[in-house]
Design a protein around this ligand. Structure first.
Ligand SMILES: Cc1ncc(COP(=O)(O)O)c(C=O)c1O
Length: 406
């Protein structure tokens, strides 16, 4: 057999999906698998958002413009106005999800061997995209014991070296649920200006903040217009993960024009998805008010159930829809696999993401898992029944560690 590249063999395995074959085997055995491993909410897509699309494309579906269709780019710019962001359509291009946006941006700002500073834990797939682009992650660790504080500005500054090209963060953060306050964003703005770096902010969860926390868009930061690049997505915002539409927004039009070289290579973002997204971005604010309320209720269910468990540590998320939880387990990969291979409770099990994938530092996240509270309450209760029973029977339980709530 011909040999595969070392590069592909070394590529990071996404923690959201690497155990899917085990989940399938569990399903084949007749076990119901409750998927809390991936951020794909079960809410219905906005009503009417697909009406008439078939008529628009009755004869054939053409390639669209590489940088995205103008009606969608305009709709996205108008949508940003609700956050106080004013940009024009040349300052935003459409991508196949935020995923492509992250990869294209890394490819455009960094050469192989360059460095990106990322506070950890971080969205796990950054590991893979940086690897694909040959970019080294310099991670800034924050611990669950301390409540995942956002690293202070001195730590960011200390991490800057001759090959640093930028800072990458998600706000609100997946998986920790932390939301960056304005003061922190302004400090980061001063830093990237001082060292002439890019500030890449992944705002896929901008609509989802709770408990009076406020989301501040990076595009409102003044004085660093050429440095800021926002990565965005409609996946979570409109319950449309499979539509595969995202965006890169930046006032640095030179950067966007260079990224468009990559856009042209893959020809066009999905046309049907763009038609959907253009409509969805025009929905009234009431749509998101409803979603936020629903997510807050789902979060409350998980928090209540976690409070009833022993030796469990978490920090109530301020935004997004994940809980990153420390459990009394020996190895989160082993535990998440075991849930699918060896465990069931009343014919069901729960699929979670192991914490290790959310760090660049080897060995971190070994006793942490990510729970996505993306299903309706009854399903979450059943998933938590499974987790509770699993912790009572898992052979790798670590009973003696002292845990305290944050
Ligand atoms: C922080 C963050 N960025 C990007 C993505 C990927 O988004 P998309 O579906 O638009 O590719 C996700 C998906 O979970 C995410 O959590």
């Amino acid at each position: 057999m011909p040999h595969l590249s070392q590069r592909v063999k070394d590529t990071f395995a996404s923690p959201f999906r690497k155990f899917l074959p085990l989940a399938q085997q569990a399903k084949d055995r007749g076990t119901q698998v409750i998927h809390l491993n991936i951020g794909q909410p079960d809410f219905l897509m906005p009503k009417g958002s697909l009406d008439g699309i078939a008529d628009d494309y009755l004869k054939f579906i053409p390639y669209g413009e590489a940088e995205g269709q103008m009606p969608l780019r305009n709709a996205w710019c108008s949508y940003y106005e609700k956050f106080g962001v004013r940009i024009s359509q040349e300052e935003l291009i459409i991508t196949c999800g935020a995923s492509e946006g992250i990869y294209f941006t890394l490819m455009a700002i960094a050469d192989a061997g360059d460095e990106i500073i990322v506070p950890e834990p971080f969205y796990a797939n950054y590991n893979g995209f940086c690897q694909m682009a040959g970019v080294n992650i310099v991670s800034l660790f924050s611990s669950i014991e301390d409540g995942f504080p956002i690293p202070d500005i001195e730590s960011f500054e200390k991490a800057i070296g001759p090959r640093t090209k930028g800072i990458l963060l998600s706000n609100p953060n997946n998986p920790s649920g932390k939301v960056y306050n304005l003061q922190m964003l302004k400090s980061l703005a001063s830093l990237v200006k001082k060292y002439n770096l890019f500030l890449l902010v992944d705002e896929a969860y901008s609509e989802f903040v709770y408990d009076g926390f406020e989301f501040f868009p990076a595009l409102t930061l003044e004085g660093i217009e050429q440095n800021v690049v926002v990565i965005d997505s409609i996946s979570k915002r409109f319950n449309a993960c499979g539509v595969r539409v995202g965006a890169i927004a930046s006032r640095n039009t030179d950067l966007l024009q260079h990224i468009a070289r990559y856009s042209r290579l893959r020809l066009s973002p999905p046309m049907l998805g763009q038609t959907f997204a253009t409509r969805a971005l025009k929905l009234p604010e009431s749509y998101h008010i409803h979603l936020r309320e629903e997510f807050a209720e789902r979060r409350a269910i998980i928090l209540k159930r976690l409070d009833q468990l022993d030796q469990v540590l978490y920090h109530a998320p301020e935004g997004a829809f994940y809980l990153f939880v420390q459990l009394p387990i020996d190895d989160s990969d082993r535990f998440c696999a075991w849930l699918l291979t060896d465990f069931s409770y009343q014919g069901k099990t729960v699929m979670l993401s192991p914490g290790t994938g959310f760090y660049a530092t080897p060995g971190k996240g070994k006793n942490e898992v990510r729970i996505a509270y993306i299903l309706e309450g009854n399903m979450l209760e059943q998933a938590m029944d499974c987790l509770e029973n699993a912790l009572a029977t898992y052979p790798g339980i670590q009973k003696n560690k002292a845990y305290s709530m944050v």
